[in-house]
Design a protein around this ligand. Structure first.
Ligand code: ARG
Length: 584
């Protein structure tokens, strides 16, 4: 039984509550301001009203009636609170036991019970720059995908590529005018963006160009085979480029079907909006009014432009309906920033349609936009236009230099690595620096990026967490060399010191941190937790000797504690897409 439930039941007995109320008592439990004051605190304010007694008096009576047992050492009243002290050794045995029982799944829960969650993330545009928004979406979305599946959901990872829309008119125009096959093969994504920008610039000076681009896109929409073949080629080459980056990051999607793939459903869906009486004409365009649903003044959702072209919004309507029909999801989450209005309009229009057609009308409410803040200050050698690949290269090269400097200053702390190992470590540390930075604050806050800060081996950074993990692995290597490698992962120190106990408490908090990250769609909860865990480990390790040949029993127990910390840190890092390194 979890420790919290055990404590809640003991309190129930002391308060003469029915055992069914243990859940409610568990909810009320908090932690005292310092571990020296106890491990749980139960506030008596709510009871005071019922019993018409002063809270401190209730606390005193209740504390006197809590019966110590194998897990509960004692209860004392502290003002209006009942503070409970755990038997540290027994609690530790339970925590280490839970971790050892299934290390790879430690921290997971089956909250989802196999329900489907669709996660729409990354979604770069073909022939338009891949910008920071896409980088953050890729990272936060991939984290959420791992967190949801750890929580027992079936996750559908959807890369809804921006592979349709008027930008293709410009690209095709430019291609017909300036296209160079060798350039296209060599650097598809960059080259297509250049073509787009060049055509777009020309159209600003000459409106006839815009007209031609519009016409070309129309021909694409009508299925002109020559234009469609070009589009196909542009899409494939760009996707191949994006795939290299995804592979480098270890991210895979279940579907790369984007706006183009849903285009054939758009007319039918627009027809449904019209038939249901939800869409209306406005200045030649077809729109859905959503202000009334949202309770605020907001522009309508546009399904069709006055020139007859379908819109991004119309495609998203068709896509959302298709997802619902395909998966019957329990949540459909769009990890996209700075499109708050678009998604508010989209979900409201779907709500109106579902209500008017009288079908499964609850599902639009399970659609969510998970947005995030803006990153300031990142630029690479090539300047402000960021390509994920360049950022990753730069992170890798910088990580290598940082490690070189550090190992030159302190050779004993850094093993000599082969070139292959060094390459792997540099790549992993560079990625850790970038990926962790994104989640080191709550997703909605705007953040300032600084290369030197994110690459530090101390402080709240990805490399610090990796370094802590490598340090733990180093302890096991040394233990093996000293003949202490064979230890029981559940061994417990008889009388735990404060730093050991603080580490156990930190370990115990992991499943709750994962659950909070899932509930809040907030990978930062895991990041914050891992930083606390690593800090608790380092505080312990700086104070206590783990390997002592003269005292194998204590060594074994401390090794078991370090093993539990390493398992937990490793699981958490993996949720954030960061490689737990064994050496650094
Ligand atoms: N391609 C879009 C952009 O770069 C993001 C797409 C997000 N997903 C969606 N279903 N609208 O802005």
């Amino acid at each position: 039984m979890p420790i919290t439930s055990h404590v809640a039941q003991a309190l129930c007995a002391a308060l003469e509550y029915a055992p069914e109320r243990a859940g409610e008592v568990a909810q009320a439990l908090t932690a005292p301001p310092s571990p020296a004051l106890g491990d749980f605190a139960f506030p008596c304010f709510a009871l005071a009203k019922q019993l018409r007694m002063a809270p401190p008096k209730i606390a005193a009576e209740c504390a006197a009636r809590v019966r110590p047992d194998a897990l509960i050492a004692r209860a004392v009243a502290a003002g209006p609170y009942v503070n409970i002290f755990l038997e540290r050794a027994e609690a530790t045995r339970r925590v280490l036991g839970a971790i050892a029982a299934d290390p790879l799944r430690w921290g997971s829960r089956n909250e989802g019970g196999g329900q489907v969650v669709v996660l729409d993330f990354s979604a770069p545009n073909i022939a338009k720059p891949f910008h920071f928004g896409h980088l953050r979406s890729t990272n936060i979305g991939a984290d959420l995908a791992r967190i949801f599946s750890f929580m027992g959901y079936r996750v559908v990872r959807k890369n809804y590529l921006g592979d349709w829309g008027t930008q293709f008119g410009f690209v095709i125009y430019a291609w017909q005018k300036w296209g160079d096959t060798a350039e296209l093969q060599a650097r598809a994504i960059d080259y297509l963006v250049e073509l787009y920008v060049r055509a777009y610039r020309e159209s600003e000076a000459d409106p006839a160009v815009r007209e031609q681009a519009r016409h070309l896109f129309l021909r694409l929409e009508q299925g002109d085979p020559q234009i469609a073949a070009l589009w196909q080629q542009f899409r494939e080459l760009s996707l191949a480029g994006f795939m290299q980056t995804y592979e480098r990051l270890g991210i895979a999607f279940d579907s790369y079907e984007g706006e183009a793939a849903v285009n054939h459903l758009v007319d039918t869906v627009i027809g449904r909006f019209v038939k249901a009486g939800v869409a209306e004409e406005s200045q030649g365009a077809l729109v859905v009014q959503v202000s009334a649903v949202l309770g605020r003044e907001i522009a309508p959702l546009m399904l069709r432009k006055s020139d007859g072209a379908s819109t991004y919004a119309a495609r998203d309507c068709a896509e959302a309906i298709d997802r619902w029909e395909r998966y019957g999801f329990s949540a459909n989450i769009y990890v996209v920033s700075r499109q708050e209005d678009h998604f508010a309009q989209l979900f409201a229009a779907l709500t109106r349609l579902a209500a008017a057609e009288q079908w499964d009308s609850h599902w639009p409410a399970t659609c969510e936009n998970v947005s995030f803040g803006y990153v300031r200050g990142m630029s690479t050698r090539k300047g402000e236009a960021v390509w994920l690949e360049d950022v990753l290269d730069e992170a890798r090269d910088r990580a290598r230099r940082v490690r070189e400097e550090k190992s030159a200053a302190n050779p004993r702390a850094f093993p000599v690595l082969s070139e292959a190992e060094l390459a792997y470590v540099s790549e992993s540390v560079g990625q850790a620096a970038l990926l962790y930075f994104d989640v080191s604050s709550r997703r909605l806050s705007d953040v300032s990026f600084d290369w030197d800060t994110v690459l530090q081996f101390e402080g709240n950074t990805g490399p610090y967490l990796q370094y802590s993990h490598a340090r733990m692995c180093g302890i096991f290597r040394r233990a093996a060399a000293e003949g202490l490698g064979d230890f029981d992962v559940r061994a417990v120190v008889a009388c735990l010191a404060d730093e050991e106990w603080a580490l156990v408490l930190a370990l115990r908090a992991f499943p709750a941190a994962v659950a909070a990250a899932c509930a809040g769609r907030e990978p930062h909860e895991v990041a914050r937790y891992l930083y606390e865990l690593a800090s608790a480990f380092n505080a312990f390790y700086n104070k206590h000797t783990v390997i002592d040949r003269a005292d194998p029993a204590t060594s074994h127990a401390r090794l078991a504690l370090v093993r539990a910390a390493q398992v937990t840190l490793g699981n958490g890092l993996k949720l954030l897409g960061i490689r737990p390194l064994e050496t650094m």
